[in-house]
Design a protein around this ligand. Sequence first.
Ligand SMILES: Cc1ncc(COP(=O)(O)O)c(C=O)c1O
Length: 381
Amino acid sequence: MNPNINIAFIDLQAQQARIRGKIEAGFQKLLDHGAYIMGPEITALEARLGDWTGVEHNISCSSGTDALLLALLGLEIRPGQGVIVPSFTFAASAEVMPMMGAIPVFAEIDQTSFNLDPAKLPDALAAARSKGIEVVGIIGVGLFGQPANYDAIGHFAREEGLWLIDDAAQSFGASWQGKPVGQLADITCTSFFPAKPLGAYGDGGAIFTNDARCAEIIRSCRVHGMGRDKYENIRIGMTARLDSMQAVVLDAKLDIFADELVHRQTVANRYAELLDGVVTPPSLAAGATSSWAQYVIRLPRGSDRAAVSKLLGDAGVPTAIYYPIPMHSQPPYAHYPVSSCALPITKDLCNHVLALPMHPYLTAAQQVHIAESLKGALAKG
Ligand SMILES: Cc1ncc(COP(=O)(O)O)c(C=O)c1O
């Protein structure tokens, strides 16, 4: 390996160099005023998120998982009700249903976008109904940064009387047909986990909606179901606030977020050129932009993924597998309904995907090294 090529899977240090002064000044101010919970930084951040999303209610919270839970509380989901969700996703997208006593119903994805395939939704609905489950909503996921086809999914949801949540933990900053993430579903949830495109220095998340009633319930549930104040408890809620300190970090990161998204796209374009004909690189649907949370390729059939990943590691190229096991095959989820097609695309992708380093600060030289190492590994692995 070229000793000058030190490749991070996600480089938060290079980013920090751009914003450290502002973060330190913000922390200083916070230490002086001492409002660590729901301080002025939270109000300012929520206003700024509103400028970005263009939706009315922008509610910060403690994590992407809590954002999903709060959304389900806002929609007043009841135990035993079903929610359609992809199986090819991070656990949290499905986990929040059992946490509320509700039922995840696993649906198939599209093999190019990795997102829910709108044409397969009727199959998932039928699978749940055949078990007597009342399906009330859909959680779509903008996997790896690209929003799902929310025009078609939204159309299906409206026809069937279902609500729609966009789990945009990975896709905040992206857009679909000119509309920013935040506007693509009844409720959008995101995560500010440090590795996300817009990440804090700890856990965090947010919920976006134009639905005033849901927003009121969500704000209340964020603080133990508070009423007029936090000692009047009018519903069952939780502790799910974002810390003021994380809002300081996010405010600084928002200054460079648009610029970073441009750089992420440049990195993705370069990968697509370098990997053309080598593997199946990810591609965007017409009218979609991605926040490129991850750059996930599909290896050719017959290649030994573990060997390829090991050879890449030896060449100084870190990789990851998102996701090796479909959610419906994980033991705690194995008894929940699955579309009758049995999700062959989901299973196939779990066996063949590999994530390459992706962040806005990858250089052309690093990407050439990654591509050359991958070609060498595929020739051997
Ligand atoms: C698709 C998806 N949904 C939800 C979450 C949960 O976010 P958090 O880790 O902030 O709880 C994640 C985080 O990794 C995610 O990738």
